[in-house]
Design a protein around this ligand. Sequence first.
Ligand SMILES: *Cc1c(COP(=O)(O)O)cnc(C)c1O
Length: 392
Amino acid sequence: MSKTDWIQQEIDALKSQGLYNNIRTISSPQGAWLTVDGKKVLNFCSNNYLGLANHPALVAAAKKSLDEMGVGPAAVRTIAGTMSLHVELEKRLAQFKGVEAAITFQSGFTANLATIPVLVGKEDVIFSDRLNHASIIDGARLSGAKIIPYEHNDVKSLEEQIKANLSQYRRALIVTDGVFSMDGDIAPLPDIYDVAKKYDILLMVDDAHGEGVLGKGGRGIVDHFGLHGKVDVEVGTMSKAFGVVGGIVAGKAVIIDWLRQRGRPFLFSSAVTVPDAAACLAAVDVLEDSTQLVDKLWENAKYFKAEMKTLGFNTGVSETPITPVMLGEAPLAQQFSRELFEAGVFAMALGFPTVPQGKARIRVMISASHSKDDLNKGLEAFKTVGKKLGVI
Ligand SMILES: *Cc1c(COP(=O)(O)O)cnc(C)c1O
């Protein structure tokens, strides 16, 4: 018996349930087509919604910044690691999103870990959508506040929980994903805002999959619903549609200032590198210049989803370019993904615990970088594999 035997047993159990993560390696730039484990395949996996991950303007900006400013920030933000590019990026993001102020983090994950604990603590309560992202759950746990889940996208359930619990706590926070990444549905933010206003509760939305996707020219869920000035905190990421890396928190100036004083990932971990910040700035430029990429993304998404429905697939409740193809059990989803790969299409199978038991699926991520011909090739592969496996 060794001390790590139990770990091997757990891993073996994952394998036998079809839940083991087989991680593929990409050896080409991100784009509509990828080289994956040495094979050229159509990319239906990445969060590269707008094709910015290998956009010439971002690459050029990153290169230029390297020549002028070097690579690393070499300290945490509060000591000597705040470079002019970080400050400029925060200013531009605040303008882009139409908020008083913005602060950036290493990732969307750390943005949530920073934000929730500065807003609520041990004497407080968090009302959290049952399907919120893991980083919201971890941030909520770190805060020490009581976490009360409400039913997914169910404003009645939210209000019931508030009525039953609010009076026992000092302060409260309502937190929801903007776009839910496994199903592609959108939080009913105007109704959630009404409840937050009625009970005078802070409202936070994590718009990781809405940044660069929803709203005018990709300005996010708050813009999508016209809720400017009403949502207290918007968390976002620059690792998805922005094509780079980094987290954003945007909102009231007082909250952003408070995060600079107390946000632990800001105080105790260094910022993104020089080329990251420069590339993110270039992404803001691209988005402000034209809505063309965002428009193309939505055109592609609408076409693909309509065609998948016509083929007889169940694409769930998605309202965004995220297209789940519901299959049920995890082994079927994994087999479907393997067959697609053989047919030259790279689309991931998602199973428990990423999605609930029995709700395994293939998740197709549509991008503006796909041509109509790419989408048709993908549809053809889904049709062939779907028939072979008896799904359609
Ligand atoms: C992807 C995602 C994150 C994490 O963003 P990173 O920048 O990759 O750390 C956080 N929240 C939600 C809702 C996400 O979908």
